[in-house]
Design a protein around this ligand. Structure first.
Ligand SMILES: C[S@@+](CC[C@H](N)C(=O)[O-])C[C@H]1O[C@@H](n2cnc3c(N)ncnc32)[C@H](O)[C@@H]1O
Length: 435
């Protein structure tokens, strides 16, 4: 049985450690490479806190689990991992990365799906026009979207693959095949679509691009997935549950979690849906529904109303909201909503944590209308407001110039840091304990 003092000290020591974790990707478990995802934190960072603060069998949560870095690291280390995300592609990836699937079963299911798809694409099985069949179930906006971004021959192959994957009866294998399917599209090169880059930036259509065969890409990527699952020791992994949900209303009981490691969206959030809809539209999500969902993401510009409490915004955040408001009132409202939402999300984290258990939040500053938003400091202040004991806010710098900042810092000092922070790409690790 640990004491509050020793838990706090352990977290302090972990925050003072080397948080850079710039290890080459090849040192990561091959399941991390199953599918690209923008703005992931390094797997070593999650492992550092999971191994330092929990034991096998403990419950580790990521309430905005994204591609599932925290979940995969915890699961491989025998922790029972739980995750929530609003994004359907994030959930598919997180679930696939933490499923104890048999590599031979994946190989058999993947190759059977490929054979079915090839038959369908050749017009040898029912339905004889797979593309017409798939498009028949879509609304006009989705069809228009696909016509803009995919050549007709690619669409025919993707439709055949979608139908072939639908026929896989085992849900875990079917989900994995959908993730592999998606990874033929959502890639840095834009994969089999006509987009230039779908892993990092705003998609641009490239007129001269000759996309590769979706069927051949699927085959290559299924084989890669088989190798990745061979590297899992299914005897030592934990249990996993990934739920569709909102971090502002977590579906778990009070005091049921031993550690949270998460990286929330930044104040000027990445638009995940912009890239994810390229594969989700094929997997059965209509573009209009995805656009509506996108407005519910924390940090999105088009927020639907009525989800969050407004009393959690601390003076540090109010100050920066005021600064942005002087130049752009609409952006200031987006920022205010971001802090309200993060107040609700961090409040939920505090609720589900056991006493003396820790929450690790990885976040960085952002610039909005030339105003530096010290998101990390504002979120640390929010964490204090919802009753967490903020142990430290530790920077992770690419140049490994690490230093600890006191947990609470006056707004003036935050402003003084602005000049330094503009020049460096720094992320911060907020460590807090539930008293
Ligand atoms: C920075 S990413 C997380 C990356 C993650 N650490 C990983 O391992 O890939 C932030 C995530 O928050 C999710 N998100 C945004 N608003 C959310 C909400 N209200 N509830 C749950 N997840 C949300 C986004 O879909 C995105 O996957």
């Amino acid at each position: 049985m640990t004491t509050a003092v020793s838990d706090r000290r352990r977290l302090t020591d972990l925050l003072a450690g080397d948080l850079a974790f710039q290890a080459p990707a090849r040192e990561a478990h091959p399941l991390h490479a199953l599918h690209p995802f923008a703005a992931r934190f390094p797997h070593g960072l999650a492992g550092h806190f999971i191994n330092g603060l929990t034991r096998p069998g403990d419950v580790v949560l990521d309430p905005m689990c994204g591609s599932g870095i925290t979940l995969l690291e915890g699961w491989l280390a025998g922790r029972n991992v739980i995750g929530v995300d609003l994004d359907p592609l994030a959930r598919r990836q997180s679930a696939a990365r933490t499923s104890a699937l048999d590599a031979d079963a994946i190989k058999a299911a993947g190759h059977a799906a490929l054979e079915r798809a090839e038959d369908l694409n050749a017009g040898n099985s029912h339905p004889h026009d797979p593309l017409g069949f798939v498009r028949g179930g879509m609304d006009d906006a989705t069809v228009k979207f696909l016509d803009y971004w995919f050549l007709p021959e690619t669409q025919a192959e993707l439709a055949a693959l979608v139908l072939a994957i639908r026929a896989e009866p085992e849900p875990g294998l079917r989900n994995l095949l959908e993730v592999v399917f998606s990874s033929t599209i959502v890639t840095k090169s834009g994969g089999v679509s006509r987009a230039r880059d779908l892993a990092h930036t705003r998609p641009h259509r490239v007129a001269e691009k000759q996309p590769r065969s979706a069927l051949r890409q699927f085959e290559i990527l299924v084989n890669r997935a088989v190798d990745a699952y061979r590297a899992v020791d299914t005897g030592t992994v934990g249990q996993s549950a990934v739920a569709a949900g909102d971090s502002r209303r977590l579906p778990w009981q009070d005091e049921s979690v031993d550690l949270i490691v998460t990286s929330p969206p930044y104040a000027n959030a990445l638009d995940y849906m912009r890239a994810h809809k390229f594969s989700l539209a094929w997997l059965g999500d209509p573009i209009p529904r995805l656009s509506e969902l996108r407005g519910r993401y924390i940090g999105s510009e088009r927020q639907s109303s009525g989800e969050s409490a407004s009393d959690a915004v601390p003076p540090s955040a109010q100050g920066v909201i005021g600064e942005v408001a002087r130049v752009d009132a609409a952006r200031a409202r987006v920022l205010e909503r971001y802090f309200q939402d993060m107040g609700a999300a961090i409040g939920e984290m505090a609720r589900v944590l056991r006493r003396n258990a820790a929450v690790i939040i990885v976040v960085g500053p952002s610039v909005m209308r030339d105003v530096l938003v010290p998101t990390h400091q504002c979120l640390a202040d929010i964490a204090s407001r919802v009753g967490l004991d903020v142990v430290g806010v530790a920077p992770r710098n690419l140049d490994r110039d690490r230093r600890m900042m006191p947990a609470r810092r006056p707004a003036k000092a935050v402003a003084e840091l602005a000049g330094i922070e503009r020049r460096m790409h720094t992320e911060y690790v907020i460590g807090a304990v539930r008293p």
